[in-house]
Ligand binder design. Structure first.
Ligand SMILES: *Cc1c(COP(=O)(O)O)cnc(C)c1O
Length: 377
């Protein structure tokens, strides 16, 4: 029994007939850039997310940078980012010359703490990048209230939570990615909706912004060989779009499979006294891109090693808060000290969770974790 963090090859074998047919169709037709599947995929994703415009691009990091450029964020601006995240949001902010201002996260949700945002706002602040980490939404209602009050843009980084929704207190629910002025996602192979290489997309309800995004991602080109603005080349290949068209049919089933795995972890691990299991908040659905536990009393690394010895992989997302990264410690500004992020970095451990996980595999993982704690009481 081989246990992996994510089993992409196994998933491919299950979908092989559909995927092979889609890829061969692209190969035969020969339109490898901007072929029909790209437009079809974007339209289908738009209707799934209830986001009027979906614009494809090369990857999620490009998507973030293009979003900031579209909103004309530059060297005079601050952009608020969470303390505990993948680095891409900070990279995007720095790449347009703006300053990332780091706001600490809530240790229970792993997401930006809305109560700490207001004190981080200055006259230079123009946007908040919210990252819906590990499959669950940020608490958007208070964040939107602050954004409205100070006229800030909200850019949603939805690379990890595609398919999840946020529930407002009046009962209205919205798909993540379609809440901010611009939302982005990544189709990197391990993400909830993934292709077999790099890919990304931007979402917006604003037609003018959609137009500007299209221009920026395509050499600033209005018609062939006429360049209105300085753009870049950031595209979703036709082959990747064809694969995504197949996978989009299964997105809900993929998310449900991971939710089932998470439900079992939640049930079977709740008796381990030194673990904090991921909390699910009533304002969000959770698609469990990661199943991330916190291991207390300094036992995280010993548990990780113990599991590795049994052939069970686990990962630390993320080992450092963003402001301690070598490249960003001089760039990122702190509004207050991100203590919670620091603590999380020492406690978090992500367990295997994926669409191909069998009951047997999970039983072995769970029993190994239970044994680790019972043998150390
Ligand atoms: C993966 C990821 C990205 C970047 O996506 P790429 O397609 O790899 O560039 C951005 N933000 C978050 C939160 C991610 O997890």
């Amino acid at each position: 029994m081989k246990i992996s963090m994510v089993d992409l090859g196994g998933q491919y074998l299950r979908l092989k007939d559909e995927i092979d047919a889609a890829v061969q169709d692209v190969c035969t037709k020969g339109t490898y850039i901007n072929g029909a599947p790209v437009k079809i995929f974007c339209e289908r994703l738009a209707s799934c997310l209830e986001a009027p415009h979906v614009i494809p691009c090369g990857n999620g990091t490009d998507a973030l940078r293009i979003a900031l450029q579209t909103l004309r964020i530059g060297p005079e601006n601050d952009v608020i980012v969470p303390s505990f995240t993948y680095i891409a949001p900070l990279e995007a902010v720095a790449s347009v010359g703006a300053s990332p201002v780091v706001v600490d996260v809530d240790p229970k949700s792993f997401n930006i703490n809305p109560n700490l945002i207001e004190r981080a706002i200055t006259a230079r602040t123009k946007a908040i990048i919210v990252v819906h980490l590990f499959g669950q939404s940020c608490d958007m209602e208070p964040i939107q209230r602050i954004a409205d009050k100070y006229r800030l843009y909200i850019v949603e980084d939805n690379a990890q939570s595609l398919g999840a929704s946020y529930m407002y207190s009046d009962g209205v629910s919205k798909k993540l990615g379609a809440i901010g002025i611009i939302g982005i996602t990544s189709f990197f192979p391990t993400k909830p909706l993934a292709c077999y290489g790099d890919g990304g997309a931007l979402f917006t309800a604003d037609s003018d912004l959609a137009e500007q995004i299209r221009l920026l991602a395509n050499h600033g080109q209005t018609e062939k060989y006429h360049h209105k603005i300085i753009g870049c080349n950031s595209r979703l290949d036709t082959v990747q779009a064809a694969i995504l068209n197949v996978k989009l049919n299964h997105l809900e089933a993929f998310n449900e499979r991971r939710i089932r795995v998470a439900d079992r972890y939640n049930h079977d691990l709740k008796s381990c006294p030194e673990l904090v299991l991921p909390e699910k908040f009533p304002y969000s659905t959770h698609v469990y891109h990661q199943y991330t536990i916190r291991v207390l009393n300094n036992k995280r690394n010993t548990l990780k090693t113990y599991l590795a010895e049994k052939g069970i992989p686990s990962n630390i997302y993320y080992p450092l808060p963003v402001h301690e990264q070598e490249a960003y410690k001089w760039v990122a500004r702190l509004s207050s000290h991100p203590n919670e992020a620091k603590k999380l970095c020492n406690e978090v451990l992500s367990l295997p969770i994926h669409t191909e996980m069998t009951n047997e595999m999970q039983t072995f993982i769970i029993e190994s974790i239970q044994h680790f704690f019972s043998s150390r009481l």
